[in-house]
Design a protein around this ligand. Sequence first.
Ligand SMILES: NC(=O)c1ccc[n+]([C@@H]2O[C@H](COP(=O)([O-])OP(=O)(O)OC[C@H]3O[C@@H](n4cnc5c(N)ncnc54)[C@H](OP(=O)(O)O)[C@@H]3O)[C@@H](O)[C@H]2O)c1
Length: 424
Amino acid sequence: MPYLQLFVSQVWSAYRWAATALTTLLVVTYFGPLLYLSWAPRRDLRRRYFADLSAQTSLQARATPAKASNMARNHKALRARKKGAVEESRSAPSIPKSALNEARLERARSATAEPWALVTGASSGIGLAIVREVAQQGINVVLVARDDALLPKALDQLRAEFPERSFRVVATDLSETMPPRDKIDGKSEATPNYLAEIEEATADLFAAGTIRLIFSNAGYLLMSFYWQRSLSEQMRNWECNITAALRLTHFVLGQWAKHQRAALKRDDDRRGSNAAAFGLLAFTSSSSFFLPSPFATLYGAEKAALTSFAQSLAVEVRDLGVDVLVVHPSYTRTNLYANQPKLAILEFLDRFTGASPGYVAASIMRAVGRGLVVRDIGFYSYLTRWVNHVVDIGLLSSLIVLCRHLVPEYRQFRADADASLHSS
Ligand SMILES: NC(=O)c1ccc[n+]([C@@H]2O[C@H](COP(=O)([O-])OP(=O)(O)OC[C@H]3O[C@@H](n4cnc5c(N)ncnc54)[C@H](OP(=O)(O)O)[C@@H]3O)[C@@H](O)[C@H]2O)c1
């Protein structure tokens, strides 16, 4: 008997020691980086990703004073020509065509010599806040969003706030999988319209190697039982929330790899080394998949796929000098929920933990390029991540199924589903 008592007390003290050590490890490895990131300053994007570009531009400026003065002359001539446009036929001294072409070319060249970023879902919410953060750091932005009223409004605001910056717009629907008409020949790979449009709008920037920050952020939410909505509606959502990010990433990495190879061949760059940072791929995922997310089943699956993709990709692209960051914002006050059922849980989160898009964007800027691939943002993300750590997810899933009738939202969606079954 005393041997048994001794054995039990030994096992118990070993268990207590192991449990304390593991919990401490979890707390430190999770909250340590979070604490650090909440105090860390925003990343200097130009310094991390465009340092070689600034050096090149200033070198070029020093090396070609004659060309610069030619340019200034051409611009002067152009301005004069614009001013005198009305009386052109009477007075305008004719400007040689070559000068006009050179000025036009030079304008295009100077745009491609500047640093650029691309943000999808840039017309509102978190995406628009990311654009502001990036523009504030002196970086031009390609905005991608649907062709609706939000986009011109956002563009007007941005132009007023950042008159020095250039913005390009790709007004396109990321849920639209149709290839451009001229590509439907049965032979070429079916590139959807939106990707063809993005490729076209950024071709010169990729060729120049000056577009180096990609934020795959666009997304929207469909709330219902999964089977209640048509499959085509769900698949469009899948295209926008996950496939579009995968396609865009594939295109971008192809372009960057080309640029890196060319740079290595010229031997004027040290790309390919672990230290150099050439580009950033950032993904806006969500904590919605930390726990089962009924009524937003597809959304949870899309975000889980996006996070998993980003985590593995981060390893593959590091030697290309590419940082990958995937973020999990908690409830953020944006248009995401505008046309969705007003669930009590969402209203609760909105009231007590709702963050502003600006806060999320600033948190992203603090996390960028610090070696961390995954960043949870906000209370709900921290909480659900911890529930996941503490209780087995398999058990949790079973418990949620068992308790479904206790949840008023479940009863509401169930009633809606029953009503639609009866009416059909
Ligand atoms: N708000 C939250 O609580 C929360 C939490 C975690 C993660 N997120 C994620 O954060 C990202 C941004 O959402 P948000 O909260 O900022 O919502 P938002 O204000 O509605 O912004 C979504 C952006 O995506 C664009 N977009 C939506 N559907 C599109 C489509 N088919 N094609 C092209 N662009 C499209 C929207 O522009 P148009 O509608 O004008 O096209 C808008 O610019 C999403 O991926 C979302 O899943 C949000």
